[in-house]
Design a protein around this ligand. Structure first.
Ligand SMILES: Nc1ncnc2c1ncn2[C@@H]1O[C@H](COP(=O)(O)OP(=O)(O)OP(=O)(O)O)[C@@H](O)[C@H]1O
Length: 439
């Protein structure tokens, strides 16, 4: 009896120790206990899982087969063995799984006739078969597929990261891989940020404002929600347009600024503002647009000219802005082709894509359409309970699930007020333009 109690106490102490280890040091627990068990189970189950997920191929193999028939009088069933060619299910060769921060990854050799797309299609079935949150398939080189498993959603809780100290680069959240999610305007100059209401678009814009406020850049806002979103940040905004008419004027101003910078670069023999000597290099301008669709929506025909002007100016900024230090970050609930050709053309110029939870498949297709179809599936699966989660593409041509840090309006307002002294005046920026229009 006493022995049994001692064993029970030892078991309870071990379980409590393991629980505490997992709770307070999940990384080492995963490496020492969790991962080895997962790796053994993945290797052991690979044949069954590959078969179930349709990733095996029939191949002719020489095989020992049993031929029933020879029955001995003792009652024992005897079989004849024969070495013959038969069709067997062959699974793709699997290397040893390797641990990652949030799960494991493993390299496979594709079978003849298979493409990485076959594995991407089977990703959901694979995730269910292995009981993990998600599987992502990628192909580092022909004939190889890497399956990356995430045990549980790393985006449920996202811890803040230190701010980036590079010009025009802002760490806005975390990728599902655990790496920082950065928006670097010098690498990817123009961005589309789409999402349904309450999906986290403004939160991301807040994160950008907090990150850019301490930097020597001019921030320009287009807030077609009548200014309710960006007016509180006006201490750090060099210019703000809150109506269509103001937007036309400000966009024309931006185009004039761009043409002026073109002249400056031409005179100095530079291809872009970054090749100019620091003394004469103009201040970079980041343009934040909230509710992009409002710039394109036509209530009646009288607005046609205004919309055409807005659309052309925005497109020109998108086409030429990069070289002249003018960058776009456009947010909208709906970015559909029904808004006109201007939106489709603008979209083509915005290589940075962020798709939060969306209501209509067309916005997801417009935002992510030219990426891997799996990105679209993933975007449509974003749950309403996880605002701030988005599918992101841009920096390295790959797409990722990511989540922005939670940045309240109060935090963004505080940053705008704290760094108000760094706000370049729009009059100063546009002073030498031929016909300055003050916003
Ligand atoms: N990254 C995040 N982490 C946690 N909560 C978030 C995050 N992003 C947004 N939220 C929550 O979701 C709510 C809606 O976010 P937000 O206002 O950014 O959505 P939106 O897409 O801009 O909506 P709308 O178009 O209606 O303005 C916020 O009040 C906030 O509580």
């Amino acid at each position: 009896m006493r022995d049994a109690l001692e064993v029970l106490a030892a078991l309870a102490a071990t379980a409590a120790g393991l629980w505490a280890w997992r709770r307070w040091h999940p990384a080492t627990f995963w490496l020492v206990i969790g991962f080895p068990l997962a790796a053994v189970s993945v290797r052991a189950s690979w044949r069954r899982v590959a078969l179930g997920c349709g990733l095996t191929k029939k191949r002719q193999r020489w095989w020992f087969t049993t031929v029933p028939g020879a029955i001995a009088s003792t009652g024992l069933v005897k079989v004849r063995r024969r070495f013959q060619r038969v069709a067997v299910d062959t699974k793709p060769f699997m290397w040893l799984p390797l641990p990652t921060q949030h799960g494991w990854r493993v390299t496979l050799h594709t079978l003849e006739g298979q493409t990485p797309g076959d594995y991407a299609e089977a990703a959901e079935s694979l995730a269910h078969s292995w009981g993990v949150h998600a599987i992502r398939a990628s192909s580092p080189r022909p004939g190889r597929v890497v399956l990356q498993a995430t045990i549980r959603d790393p985006l449920v809780k996202v811890d803040q990261l230190p701010a980036s100290d590079e010009l025009l680069k802002v760490t806005v959240g975390r990728l599902e891989t655990g790496r920082p999610w950065t928006i670097d305007f010098r690498t990817v100059p123009h961005w589309l940020n789409a999402g349904a209401t309450q999906s986290g678009k403004s939160n991301l814009a807040n994160a950008l404002i907090v990150g850019l406020a301490p930097q020597p850049v001019a921030l320009v806002g287009f807030d077609l929600k009548g200014g309710v979103e960006f007016t509180p940040y006006s201490p750090r905004l060099s210019a703000l347009a809150t109506s269509r008419t103001e937007s036309v004027a400000l966009l024309e101003n931006l185009v004039a600024l761009m043409i002026d910078r073109m002249g400056l670069c031409r005179q100095a023999g530079a291809r872009n503002v970054w090749q100019l000597p620091p003394g004469i290099r103009p201040t970079p301008v980041v343009v934040l647009v909230d509710e992009l669709a409002e710039l394109y929506l036509m209530a009646d025909k009288s607005e046609k000219d205004e919309i055409a002007k807005t659309s052309t100016a925005l497109l020109r900024v998108a086409q030429l802005g990069r070289a002249f230090g003018i960058y776009l970050f456009c947010c909208g609930q709906r970015i559909g082709s029904d808004l006109g050709l201007g939106v489709t053309a603008l979209r083509a110029q915005c290589s940075g894509r962020i798709c939060h939870r969306v209501n209509d498949p067309e916005t997801a297709t417009m935002t992510l359409g030219d990426l891997d179809p799996a990105a679209l599936v993933s975007a449509r699966a974003i749950a309403a309970e996880t605002p701030g989660v988005a599918i992101v593409a841009g920096q390295d041509g790959q797409w990722y699930r990511a989540r922005s840090f939670y940045v309240t309006e109060q935090a963004a307002e505080h940053a705008a007020r704290t760094h108000a002294h760094l706000t370049p005046s729009w009059d100063e920026i546009t002073a030498h333009l031929p016909d300055p229009i003050t916003a």
